[in-house]
Design a protein. Structure first.
Length: 298
């Protein structure tokens, strides 16, 4: 299905019936799942532009926000909504937003570098590759947004979600799967009706972040192994980052196997940096990589 730009910032794409990717190209994807009784918005993005008008243009159902975890790029639009659900381990972070000015500025520096790099890549892509579409093409920040003053407003959860909980939308329901590893509060959601798995920085076609102080490699490996057990029930994976909003379910198998190999010390680690320029060790695979603390030892 073709992507359609929406305003100065978002790109909206229908990925299955009643399921929409709401993309902030080059940054993060949120997902709207609509049922006959209610809708769920999975994550609310960077807060660069209001996301609620986009949601209301797609559905007139009552909307609950479900956060896959609590970092700023997934929760900055929360304050636009009344109903917010998150894993108990992320509740305090929503209310306190424990990110420093250095964290915010580091991300905006990265965004500026990405936009600069995209210009040169786009010229080559247009001539040779045709990989960029509107949901993958980074764009300048919209008028009226000042990157130097970007912060995330605190929000308050009205509901907590634990492993195995079900979210009823009417003609479809979502099962909550706790997937700690990247962060303690990580969850994924499985729509069994359509075979759609929505991940929260647990899967992806780029770097998987296991290098942060609250990351846990062993938990990450267990979470990916658990998702592998569900692979036969999944037809489509909805992913949050790195210029794609969807992936095939074989990615689940590849990532679970990758974590097993990293834990076993079977993958060479290369020195690298994460998006903020901080040093990391990187285990590289065909469709993704795993970032670990510098000088990691298995």
């Amino acid at each position: 299905m073709m992507s359609q730009p929406n305003g100065d910032w978002f790109v909206v794409r229908r990925v299955t019936r009643d399921t929409y990717a709401v993309c902030e190209p080059g940054h993060v994807n949120s997902f709207l799942l609509v049922g006959t009784e209610r809708a769920v918005l999975i994550d609310t993005g960077l807060g660069v532009a209001p996301i609620r008008p986009i949601v209301e243009a797609l559905s007139d159902r009552p909307v609950t926000v479900v956060n896959t975890h609590s970092p700023p790029d997934h929760v900055a639009g929360n304050h636009e909504f009344e109903q917010i659900a998150i894993h108990p381990a992320g509740r305090a972070a929503l209310e306190n937003q424990p990110f420093s000015e250095e964290d915010y500025r580091g991300y905006m520096d990265y965004a500026e570098r990405m936009l600069g790099a995209a210009g040169g890549f786009e010229a080559a892509d247009r001539e040779y590759f045709q990989l960029f579409d509107s949901e993958a093409r980074p764009r300048p920040f919209p008028p009226g947004f000042d990157p130097a003053s970007w912060t995330v407003r605190p929000s308050r959860a009205t509901e907590e979600l634990s492993d195995g909980d079900r979210i009823d939308l009417g003609d479809r329901s979502l099962t909550v799967i706790a997937t700690p590893g990247h962060s303690p509060d990580g969850i994924c959601l499985l729509d069994e009706r359509d075979g759609v798995l929505v991940e929260g920085d647990t899967l992806g076609t780029g770097p998987l972040y296991a290098q942060f102080p609250d990351s846990d490699l062993e938990a990450f490996a267990r979470s990916s192994a658990r998702l592998r057990e569900l692979k036969d029930d999944v037809r489509l994976v909805l992913i949050a980052h790195f210029n794609r909003s969807t992936a095939d379910p074989e990615l689940i198998e590849e990532i679970a196997a990758g974590f097993e190999r990293v834990r076993a010390g079977e993958v060479p680690l290369a020195p690298s940096t994460d998006l903020t320029g901080a040093p990391v060790s990187e285990a590289r695979f065909a469709r993704f990589s795993i970032l670990l603390p510098p000088n990691h030892r298995s």
